[in-house]
Ligand binder design. Structure first.
Ligand code: ADP
Ligand code: C5P
Ligand code: MG
Length: 223
């Protein structure tokens, strides 16, 4: 896999320092990791952040589901891992994230459901080499997440109680320690995600407003 040279336009297999071709070299790219348990509301809040703040939303799970539906040779393996609630090999997930970033013209990204374990993070550091600006952590009790997943109704095969339990164990064992790691670096903004959608978004909005210039649709049209 090629590493990311630092520009969204550059498709060269080159490290940032060595890439002389790229006119946009050095362009600052913002990355926010959106972490939280299955059903904590990551996708829901990301959609609202996109509307209000102009980020591009990349859900790792969504990218993997698209890969399955594209008829990729990895499709069956990904499907089997998902049905077991397991994490797919990180190089594959990171390759999909990198491709989506390169195909976008945007320079700010919400990366949702990623990283899920230490291997995910290492692969991101190796191949994409962008330090996340901060981590939005949606904190929600398992009981509430279970209720939400069982009534999500999006036809997802992994939204059944048996797989949900396995996904929670992976979350506890592999993802939460990573949240602690980022917290020790002062990077985590924790939001109580057990509240109604709009209340959660009020907190999320306050957080993003303090780190971002607001990109409302009206502002974009006028400029
Ligand atoms: P995630 O991406 O973290 O798995 P989703 O955003 O898909 O979670 O939300 C899971 C389900 O819960 C969806 O059906 C969504 O409509 C619902 N949901 C999301 N946030 C809330 C909330 N704050 N309160 C109640 N239901 C919610
Ligand atoms: O985030 P989402 O609930 O859509 O993820 C669904 C599944 O996709 C996970 O349970 C896991 O099997 C897979 N996944 C992964 N690695 C990630 C994100 C998701 O393997 N970083
Ligand atoms: Mg989701």
């Amino acid at each position: 896999m090629g590493s990311f040279c630092g520009s969204l336009k550059c498709k060269r297999d080159s490290s940032r320092k060595e890439c002389n071709e790229c006119l946009e070299k050095g362009k600052k790219i913002k990355v926010v990791f959106v972490m939280g348990g299955p059903g904590s509301g990551k996708g829901t809040q990301c959609a609202k952040i996109v509307q209000q703040f102009g980020y591009t939303h990349l859900s790792a799970g969504e990218l993997l589901r698209k890969e399955i539906n594209s008829g990729s040779e990895n499709g069956t393996m990904i499907q089997n891992m998902m049905n077991e609630g397991k994490l797919v090999p990180s190089d594959l997930t990171v390759r999909l994230i990198l491709k989506a970033m390169q195909e976008s013209d945007n320079d700010k990204f919400l990366i949702d459901g990623f990283p899920r374990n230490e291997e995910n993070l290492k692969a991101f550091e190796n191949h994409i080499k962008i330090e996340p600006n901060f981590i939005l952590f949606l904190d929600c009790p398992e009981e509430e997440m279970t209720r939400r997943l069982l009534s999500r109704n999006q036809g997802r095969e992994d939204d059944n109680i048996e797989t949900i339990r396995k996904r929670f164990r992976v979350y506890e064992e592999s993802t939460l320690p990573l949240v602690d790691y980022f917290a020790s670096k002062g990077k985590v903004h924790k939001v109580d995600a057990a509240r109604p959608v709009e209340e959660v978004f009020e907190s999320v909005k306050t957080l993003f407003s303090s780190t971002e210039e607001q990109v409302s649709a009206g502002y974009l049209l006028k400029s």
